[in-house]
Design a protein. Sequence first.
Length: 183
Amino acid sequence: MGAYLETERLRLRRFSASDAGLLVRLDADPEVMRFLTGAPTPRGEVENVVLPEILQVYAEHPELGTFAAEDADGFVGWFGMQPTADPATVGVGYRLLRTAWGKGYATEGTRALITHAFTQLGMTRVEADTMAVNHRSRAVMRRSGLRFEKVFHVHFDDPLPGTEFGEVLYSVDRTTWEAGHHG
């Protein structure tokens, strides 16, 4: 299958049913999962829940989903552009192997998704959220052109350390994005 999107250094493609091992390896690192679940994702959950859900999004929203990211050396993680309750808004996100951290991939891939959302998919808004204490991801959001919108609180039955500081929402609308790219 061809690429969903390509950047200078990254190729994003759809996951296939045979890619469970890539997701297991990514989600096995406690540091990668630190601000998500706080623990590795068991192989059975990846195979029976995570990957089937990824494939289901492709079926329901052919232009959206979670895409395997590869550099010249192979798999480095994923980038996602997910549907939201508003059909003109998508949520973006990423998860990268620790070996891919600090290389600018998160910003490069997120910027590419934002551009794609506005120029190819006709979206009017792109948003992303993370834990307020996840300063590295917040920096990626800012570098990608997303702007801080609000802090909000979600109830978790088994909260991670830092949950008490809330979640943060960043976003950009098409008009603001266009002004920054064509002005």
